[in-house]
Design a protein around this ligand. Structure first.
Ligand code: 13P
Length: 292
């Protein structure tokens, strides 16, 4: 079926009290495997490409140095692959831009067929974040595309770029932001970080609960990789409705390649990498749906 926007998928999670996984894909094989796993559960799927990683999909191996043109090319490549798989699939699929960092780059994805975009203004002042988020929402909503915004910058390493400062979301800022920005999802920093955690992460669940009491749009947890299952359950209980997973998926894919490299059989390596990643995605989906 054709791609669908994010909002109705998240509305269902709110109604039934679960979370939807949002999986970052950096290769066509990953997109194919992620959709296939969701088909097994007859669940909608959210596939996302992050700003920098899109340059990789645009053919730039040193993607940290990717230009806007590389990112655009990559965004188009991933969009075409996901659209093709989604059209052949019986489940609803959302194609989401993860961490759009400018109005121009985020809005560019509207033309490329993304059905959801994130505008991440969390590193700017609240006033700037509100202003830019409003303009993105206005443009995206005009063409039926959902928008995720962010408050409280999320630290850690994403696509090789390190953000060191932990910046927990300010509840008063959430109140002001949601009164002014009509976004469809809101990512909040509660101590979560991109990349694998060293040791057990510390999430500020009281802060999450305080955000949820404000009746915000569906809340998003970034940095899903390596989060202990019981913390995921608690986050969902307190209102998290979308959980992003990237690093663990890539690791599962690589471990699949490593385990078969001695066989020197391309097809076997490729199959095992996909199966390994699919097994991880299966676990996450079941956990996020409250089945584990
Ligand atoms: P992880 O790489 O920690 O899973 O984070 C993914 C993410 O939040 C993408 O925005």
């Amino acid at each position: 079926m054709p791609l669908v926007p994010l909002r109705p998928v998240l509305d269902a999670t709110v109604k039934y009290g679960y979370a939807q996984g949002a999986f970052n894909v950096n290769a066509v094989a990953q997109a194919e495997a992620v959709i296939a796993v969701h088909e097994m559960f007859r669940s909608p799927a959210i596939l996302q490409g992050a700003d920098l990683a899109n340059a990789f999909m645009g053919g730039r191996v040193d993607f940290a140095n990717g230009t806007l043109e590389d990112k655009k090319k990559g965004a188009r490549n991933i969009a075409e692959a996901v659209k093709k798989f989604a059209e052949q699939s019986p489940i609803p699929v959302v194609l989401h831009l993860d961490h759009g960092i400018s109005y121009e780059q985020t809005v560019q994805c509207l033309r490329l067929g993304f059905t959801s975009v994130m505008y991440d203004g969390s590193h700017d002042s609240l006033a700037d974040n509100i202003r830019e988020s409003q303009t993105v929402v206005r443009s995206a909503h005009a063409v039926g595309v959902s928008v995720e915004c962010e408050l409280g910058a999320i630290s850690g390493v994403e696509d090789g770029i390190s953000h060191k400062n932990v910046n927990l979301v300010d509840v008063d800022e959430v109140r002001e932001f949601i009164s002014k920005v009509d976004c469809d999802a809101l990512a909040v920093g509660i101590g979560n970080a991109h990349g694998m955690y060293q040791g057990t992460p510390h999430f500020d669940f009281d802060r999450l609960q305080a955000c949820q009491k404000l009746s915000p749009p569906p809340l998003v947890l970034h940095g899903g990789s390596g989060t202990p299952d019981d913390m995921i359950r608690q986050a969902i209980k307190l209102g998290i409705r979308k959980i992003n997973v990237a690093t663990e998926l890539r690791m599962a894919f690589m471990e699949g390649l490593e385990s078969t490299v001695g066989q020197r059989d391309f097809y076997q390596m490729y199959r095992t990498a996909k199966e390994n990643m699919a097994a991880l995605a299966r676990h996450k989906i079941q956990l996020f749906q409250g089945k584990l």
